[in-house]
Design a protein around this ligand. Structure first.
Ligand code: FAD
Length: 402
């Protein structure tokens, strides 16, 4: 815990520059911090439980062993300007009226404006035993723990064929030829929340990687050995529950109206009904310029974070805010050495262009880093694509679909 800016009582308002407190050092929080700091008129404090920025879009590659463990996260301090204070702690309460934020050790921080960018989580599933026995893949700790487990297992059972499930299946299928990978999905196709074409393209990729696919298949329970299906069959192995991401804005914003757990925000990203609290990233129900609800993504979190940081500084200094103009530029699903998706309206299928996807992903990653700290930061934290474990070993494809 930093000992600056903290006390049992909020410091007097006149003691310093107006203060912006940012909750969470992820994609939204890091961009919010940089944008608020660039105003030059506020003191910026980021609160995060360990002060490290997790590169969540790299988690499958880290878990599979294709990327280095150090690619999973980096101290926020290495990515952003030294003038931004990073406080280690977990925020448990925000008081909009009083202008305070309370940490889990009862520390009270004064805040003229607050950006809530606490992200989302991956629930461990609702079937019997899933919470106890299934791993999840949502943050660097999950990825590093799974990487250690995969070093000791020869069978992996992934439940859920959304983006996390298919990425993990493809990465492990390619990087760990000794592991038999099964992907189980209750819907009749892969990526059920995405356009059908994307799911069909990913199917080709996974079959090429030798992944066993079980569509229209329900998991009834998880136990110490593996999963038991609705029809009584069982598959043993390390189980990963990849049932999607979910935000719970009510934990930090109990009075906020929510949609699917995400806080409803105004056009300038203030939480509806609150005066000085903004929300950005997965925790907010962001909309594009024509009002469509945007998916949770690093891309949208970064854009929203930058606007929220700018507006938080404006609110703290009595300046006008600006509306967020969030644009989804595309959607890519990086499967390791290839991938699928679309850039704008242009689809990238499972043909020769699929090899461009990892490069696009790398470009997005570098742009994120460059926007935070410039070229030096981008080069220092470039992921280790092409490292020793990157070349998929030859293997006999198994084309089992049930
Ligand atoms: C496995 C996986 C793969 C993904 N792949 C992609 C991809 O390829 N492309 C893409 O665009 N998106 C991808 N996403 C989604 C993307 O990572 C998220 O949409 C993005 O991280 C959201 O950013 P955020 O800042 O809202 O939250 P996060 O990046 O999750 O950051 C939230 C931060 O808040 C901190 N925090 C939480 N609660 C508190 C609290 N009470 N007090 C203090 N700090 C707190 C957390 O520790 C964390 O550091 C992926 C996600 C996962 C899990």
């Amino acid at each position: 815990m930093s000992d600056q800016h903290t006390s049992s009582q909020p410091p007097p308002l006149s003691s310093a520059l107006p203060r912006v407190v940012i909750i969470g050092a992820g994609y939204a929080g890091s961009h919010a911090a940089v944008a608020a700091s660039r105003s030059g008129k506020v003191e910026v404090v980021v609160v995060d439980h360990d002060g490290r920025h997790g590169f969540l879009a790299r988690m499958a590659g880290v878990a599979a062993g294709r990327l280095r463990t150090s690619d999973a996260r980096a101290p926020l301090r290495e990515l952003i300007g030294a003038d931004i204070e990073v406080v280690h702690g977990r925020v448990v309460r925000i008081d909009d009226e009083a202008g305070t934020v309370t940490l889990d050790d009862a520390t009270l921080l004064h805040a003229d404006a607050v950006v809530v960018s606490a992200g989302s989580g991956s629930p461990a599933g609702s079937v019997a035993g899933s919470e106890r026995y299934a791993a999840t893949l949502h943050n660097p700790d999950d990825a590093l723990a799974l990487r250690r487990r995969l070093a000791r297992t020869d069978r992996l059972v992934i439940v859920g064929a959304g983006a996390t499930g298919v990425q993990l299946a493809a990465e492990v299928g390619a990087a760990r030829p000794g592991i038999e990978v099964r992907l189980i999905e209750i819907a009749g196709r892969l990526l059920p929340a995405e356009p059908r074409r994307l799911g069909d393209d990913v199917m080709s990729a996974l079959l090429d990687a030798g992944v066993h696919l079980h569509l229209s298949t329900e998991v009834a329970r998880v136990d110490r050995r593996g999963v038991v299906l609705g029809d009584g069959r069982r598959f043993d192995g390390t189980v990963v529950w990849a049932g999607g991401w979910r935000a719970d804005a009510t934990e930090l914003l109990p009075t906020a109206p929510v949609q699917d757990g995400r806080a409803i925000v105004t056009s300038d990203l203030r939480v509806s009904g609150l005066r000085r609290v903004l929300a950005a990233g997965d925790i907010a129900a962001h909309r594009d310029i024509i009002g469509r609800l945007l998916p949770m993504s690093a891309q949208i979190a970064s854009q929203a974070g930058a606007t929220a940081g700018h507006n938080a500084a404006a609110l703290a200094t009595g300046q006008p805010t600006r509306p967020a103009r969030l644009v989804e530029l595309g959607r890519i699903i990086d499967l390791g050495d290839r991938g699928v998706g679309r850039v704008g309206p242009i689809p990238i299928g499972w043909g020769p262009t699929s090899r461009l996807v990892p490069l696009l992903h790398l470009g997005v990653d570098l742009r994120h880093l460059w926007q935070l700290g410039g070229v030096a930061v981008a080069l220092a934290h470039v992921p280790s694509r092409g490292g020793a474990q990157a070349t998929p070993p030859a293997r006999t494809p198994l084309h089992a679909v049930s």
